[in-house]
Structures are given as C-alpha cells and as structure tokens.
Design a protein around this ligand. Structure first.
Ligand code: SF4
Ligand code: SF4
Length: 154
C-alpha cells in the first residue's frame, strides 16, 4: 500500500505497488467496494506495534524486513509477506482473516492523514471524489507513516 506518487517495484512475482498516493486539499468520501485490491501486490508496511499485535494473537511467520527504499518511504522496518500470487497471507476468500487486529496500514487505507496534509490512494475504487469525507478516523492509524512523510516533505 503506498507512499509517494506512482512508483512500482518489480519483485519477480508481478509488479508490487509501493507508492500510489496523491496529496489533496479536501478529504474525499469513501465506501469500500470489498474488491480486495489493497490486499494484493502491495508493500504493506508493518511497524513494531503491528508485529506485537499479531504475534500476541499467535501468528508468527507473517512478516519480513523492508528493503532500503521501502524503509526510506515508509519508516517501517517490516512488511507483510505475500503469497506467490501476490496476495497478503491473511487474505482468505477475498476477506481479511485478521480484520480485528489488522495492521495500521490496513486500518488507514486508502488514506494517510497527517496534522496538515491528506494523501489518498489513487488505485482504490472506493474513493468518492465528488463527496466530502471525515479525515479524523484515519489520523491515529496514520500517525507513524504521517510522521515519516512529514519529514520527507521538509
Ligand atoms: S482497494 Fe479500496 S475499495 Fe478495494 S477493498 Fe481496498 S479499500 Fe476497499
Ligand atoms: S492484513 Fe488483512 S486488510 Fe491487511 S492486507 Fe492483509 S488481508 Fe488485507
């Protein structure tokens, strides 16, 4: 899922999106279509809290280290493991099997909301550009990555 305009990274199993966000001045509306696209062929950054939350629920072999570019863009030391078909290992029948304890990356998607900026993922079909949404529910889950992006903007 993520950060900075339109970059893609080949990883030998099709293209994986590490960046498809655009900055907006107003929060658009959003209604998830349940397409599951955000759970496939994405870099899904994981922070320490995400790892701890999933580990405390008994999951172990679900993460790997980010590479240097991914770390620079996200500030996340880890990312979700993907299956050979590019899907997140927690995606089952197009639904998240760990929804209640899913990572912050998944909680805030398709937005990154900082103190003074809003980013929207261009590839999410659930965005309603002609409506206005509320950024507040996405702020806490955006906190870590928003801090990183703020630093990159400066
Ligand atoms: S890509 Fe957007 S619409 Fe599709 S499942 Fe993810 S959040 Fe929902
Ligand atoms: S943890 Fe769940 S919501 Fe997040 S990418 Fe995986 S399947 Fe999708």
């Amino acid at each position: 899922m993520v950060e900075k305009g339109g970059e893609r990274e080949g990883e030998g199993k099709g293209e994986v999106v590490i960046s498809d966000y655009v900055r907006v001045t107003k929060m658009p509306g959003f209604s998830c279509t349940l397409c599951g696209d955000c759970c496939r062929n994405r870099v899904i950054p994981l922070y320490e809290e995400d790892i701890e939350r999933l580990k405390s629920a008994g999951y172990e072999d679900f993460y790997e280290s980010t590479d240097s570019i991914e770390f620079e863009l996200t500030g996340a030391p880890y990312k979700m493991k993907l299956r050979k078909d590019g899907s997140c290992i927690f995606l089952e029948d197009n639904m998240c099997s760990v929804y209640e304890i899913r990572p912050d990356t998944c909680r805030r998607y398709p937005f990154i909301v900082g103190e003074d900026f809003i980013l929207v993922s261009l590839s999410c079909p659930g965005i309603k550009w002609d409506e206005e949404g509320d950024p507040r529910p996405y702020k806490e889950a955006s906190r870590k990555i928003a801090g990183k992006i703020r630093a990159l903007m400066e």
